[in-house]
Ligand binder design. Structure first.
Ligand SMILES: Nc1ncnc2c1ncn2[C@@H]1O[C@H](COP(=O)(O)OP(=O)(O)O)[C@@H](O)[C@H]1O
Ligand SMILES: [Mg+2]
Length: 434
């Protein structure tokens, strides 16, 4: 027993006709309620091999002619049959059957097809319309499956993007914490020192106050006065106020500088995240560059000298936190590619239609086959735990979402340059309306 294929569901048990039947007999047969669903009927030989199909339209042609039925109805049906029926093997899949039939079909939807077993014997008649319906419902089923797969894929992509974001955020936070630590350390030291120096000053004022009390008191003995003088002189020597004043000023200035650095980092961090403003109308991309540099400073300072060539830029509409993420990714990749100490050159400029950012490193560069794959998700040449392979695919997506382009040029041993183009929609719109 052959397993029931989808085609067997389309198989209609039609009583096949013999080749020597008359046209009139066949016409009567085609008109019976049992056969009304068919546009054609199969003719088979005595061994059950299909010889052809008689189509309803060929019969109609004859019967539409006046007297046609009387004159020609008596002729054998083989005169008007299609001698090459569409033959499909029962073992064929629905898709393959649809492919074969649409490939052979000469008069679309006018012909049904004959189903044969492996030995080529007639097994039944299929109708093209049923086949189309079956294909349609199968496609609808597939579409549902595909839609679900697409939805799942989008969801896991969103999760991946989030986790890469969290990973780079983690890296960034570690870097910033490190950056904050240095000024925080010396601010703390300075305050401690000022506290110690201040203590000597307080002792001096204390000793001087006691001396003044002694001098003002008429009962003070010579001995007591001499003691008070000696103590005040000692305290004065210990505190050394003439030196202290310069030291204190220096300490205050240093402390102030440290606090400013801390404040700058905190503001930078706030600018960088900008979670409150997802999409903003007026962003100066140079601010994004400075912000990313500040945040990445801990990762870059021992790896590369960074030269900035920032041109005058028009404000553009973009999501600054996303652009920051792109820049941070590119910067981190650049310093990863540098062995020892190297250079990173960042440029920005604009023309009438777009803002451009170029980031060039003197790192190890890439072979062409690597360049071809860098924007693929999960493509990484870094060891497990160091690279996720998601950074550039996310950059690509973000730039694409902004209607922009990201391009790369790289040469092994010489370095890599990324170029980003972000359109100025306002300019484009103005041009169009003009
Ligand atoms: N500036 C660069 N210089 C050399 N190779 C780079 C540079 N940027 C990216 N690459 C290559 O592209 C790969 C993919 O980068 P990315 O998508 O950021 O993932 P990851 O950094 O996690 O490996 C890297 O593993 C590296 O091989
Ligand atoms: Mg990366």
């Amino acid at each position: 027993m052959p397993t029931a294929s989808a085609l067997t569901q389309l198989l209609k048990a039609v009583e096949p006709l013999a080749p020597d039947m008359s046209i009139a007999d066949v016409a009567d047969r085609l008109l019976t309620p049992q056969h009304k669903a068919f546009l054609s009927l199969p003719i088979v030989d005595s061994a059950g091999k299909p010889l052809g199909l008689v189509s309803r339209t060929a019969l109609q042609d004859i019967f539409m002619q006046r007297f046609g039925r009387d004159l020609r109805g008596r002729h054998p049906v083989t005169e008007i049959m299609n001698a090459q029926p569409l033959v499909v093997s029962l073992a064929t899949s629905l898709e393959e059957a649809a492919r074969q039939i649409t490939g052979q079909l000469q008069y679309p939807i006018t012909e049904d097809f004959v189903l044969v077993d492996q030995a080529g014997h007639y097994q039944g008649l299929g109708t093209v319309l049923d086949l189309l319906k079956a294909m349609e419902s199968r496609i609808a089923q597939r579409n549902t499956v595909l839609r679900k797969a697409l939805h799942d894929l989008k969801e896991s992509q969103a999760q991946l993007i989030q986790s890469e974001k969290m990973a780079s955020l983690g890296q960034m936070v570690a870097g910033v914490a490190h950056e904050l630590n240095t000024p925080l350390g010396y601010v703390k030291n300075n305050v401690q020192l000022m506290n110690e120096l201040g203590a000597a000053l307080f002792e001096l004022t204390d000793a001087q106050a006691r001396l003044a009390d002694c001098m003002a008191n008429p009962d003070t003995t010579e001995e007591q006065l001499a003691d008070a003088f000696a103590l005040a002189a000692q305290a004065r020597e210990a505190a050394a106020p003439e030196l202290l004043s310069a030291d204190m000023q220096q300490l205050f200035a240093d402390t102030m500088y440290g606090l400013e650095q801390i404040a700058e980092l905190v503001v930078g961090l706030k600018d960088f995240a900008r979670l409150d403003r997802a999409m903003s109308e007026e962003v100066d991309i140079n601010d994004c560059i400075r912000s990313a540099l500040l945040i990445a400073r801990n990762n870059t300072k021992d790896k590369a000298e960074i030269s900035l060539h920032l041109g005058q830029l028009p404000l553009i509409a973009c999501a600054p936190s996303q652009i920051n993420q792109v820049l941070l990714n590119l910067l981190n990749n650049a310093v990863h590619a540098i062995e020892g100490f190297g250079q990173v050159v960042i440029k920005s400029w604009a023309d009438e239609d777009a803002v451009f950012i170029s980031l060039q490193d003197s790192g190890k560069g890439m072979e062409a086959h690597v360049v071809a794959r860098i924007f693929d998700p999960f493509f990484t040449t870094k060891p497990v735990g160091q690279g996720t392979g998601l950074g550039l695919s996310i950059c690509f997506k973000i730039v694409q979402d902004h209607g922009g382009l990201i391009r790369v040029a790289s040469e092994p041993g010489r370095g890599t340059r990324f170029l980003i183009r972000l359109p100025r929609p306002q300019a484009a719109q103005l041009q169009r309306s003009a």
